[in-house]
Design a protein around this ligand. Structure first.
Ligand code: ADE
Length: 266
């Protein structure tokens, strides 16, 4: 299965998976669907089963040393990767595995420079260790939990990278301002109605004072990061402006409706 366009995409993703059908809705929907339709992104799928061994096109085998389950073997994956290179050229190759480096916004940004990215999805109990070493440029995990395969990880990486490509998001500011871009969680946001279940939008946001709004957002982003993700602050310490802003008491009282606070009623 191939989802592509002919207009020179900014990034082409090549997914190596036993289950390409898992991506059917994903590649046709919303942001990614529009990016593919608009020619900014292309996604191809290659099934290692097509390169499997014997009548049953086997792609897995029992682990050396014993143990439960089956391991994806190297030759079908190597053949799949070779077929992709022959058909469409070289690419940056990523193996999805819970043993990889943890994928984050910085790694998404680092992948933005690649014009072709192959995402190799493991299944079963794992992938022959030589696949990562001999065939891939890096191994990535989408978090410290074990999934049944790399497909959801591949989808996460495709979406995180695609939305950073110029033109994929409607508004360039959305990327610059968002959570993690500067080691901060994003400031909280509200929309109408102005008061909902007795919770009012902070008055400063209705003031029309752009400087005050910017200061409020700087402070709330710093506050949120300090309270929820101190690990991010350890890597990106508070700046003088943020320290000042956090000390300040303004007319904007504690923001409404913080998750984790008591929620009366349904
Ligand atoms: N395959 C199984 N678990 C995974 C994870 N957490 N990240 C990437 N690929 C995986």
């Amino acid at each position: 299965m191939t989802v592509m366009n002919d207009g020179g995409p900014l990034c082409t993703f090549e997914v190596v998976t036993l289950f390409p059908e898992m991506f059917a809705g994903f590649v046709g929907t919303s942001l990614l669907g529009k990016a593919i339709a608009g020619g900014l992104v292309a996604v191809h799928f290659t099934n290692p089963r097509d390169f499997g061994k014997g009548r049953h096109r086997a792609v897995d085998d029992t682990p050396y040393g014993g143990g439960p389950g089956m391991i994806m073997s190297a030759p079908p994956l190597a053949a799949a990767l070779q077929a992709i290179a022959d058909a469409r050229g070289p690419a940056h190759r990523v193996l999805l595995t819970p043993q990889g480096q943890v994928f984050d916004q910085a790694r998404a940004r680092a992948l933005v420079g690649q014009s072709r990215i192959v995402l190799v999805c493991g299944r079963y109990e794992g992938v022959d260790d030589r696949v990562g070493q001999a065939l891939c440029d890096e191994e990535l995990s989408i978090g410290d939990y074990v999934l049944a395969g790399g497909e959801l990880g591949a989808a996460v990486i495709i979406e995180a990278v695609a939305r950073l490509l110029p033109g994929v998001l409607g508004c360039g500011m959305s990327v610059a301002d968002e959570s993690f871009s500067a080691g901060r969680l994003e400031y909280p946001q509200w929309t109408r109605p102005e008061v909902w279940r007795d919770r009012a939008v902070p008055p400063v946001l209705l003031s029309g004072d752009h400087q005050a709004v910017a200061r409020f957002r700087l402070r709330e982003a710093a506050r949120r990061t300090r309270d929820r993700r101190p690990d991010l602050l350890a890597r990106h310490p508070l700046g003088a402006e943020e320290i000042d802003a956090l000390r300040e008491e303004t007319d904007a009282a504690a923001p409404a409706g913080r998750p984790g606070k008591k929620r009366p009623g349904p």
